[in-house]
Design a protein around this ligand. Structure first.
Ligand code: SF4
Ligand code: SF4
Length: 82
């Protein structure tokens, strides 16, 4: 099934520390040529943001699938996010 929430790496900002690879327990990332690569996007837990908040100090991680889209899709309700 196509999943709309997964990390996207900005390689202009990524410094190759590989903290995200070590941080994520769901093996979403692997190291490839010294940089993280998102190889298992379907393993990502929707709205987790752990790697972005807890691992990446460079602001290189964002996510595909916005909150507005999720609300519009009915996947989450507004009262769950305010
Ligand atoms: S958001 Fe969570 S589950 Fe998804 S890649 Fe980051 S740490 Fe892993
Ligand atoms: S934690 Fe951020 S800077 Fe470090 S490898 Fe991952 S994306 Fe790049």
């Amino acid at each position: 099934m196509y999943k709309r929430w997964y990390p996207v790496i900005d390689y202009e900002k990524c410094i190759g520390c590989l903290s995200c690879v070590e941080f994520c327990p769901h093996e979403v990332f692997v190291e490839k040529d010294g940089k993280p690569s998102v190889i298992n996007p379907d393993n990502c837990v929707e709205f987790c943001r752990g790697c972005q908040r807890g691992a990446c100090s460079s602001g290189a991680i964002s996510f595909a699938g916005s909150l507005a889209e999720a609300i519009a899709d009915g996947r989450i309700r507004i009262k769950e996010v305010i």
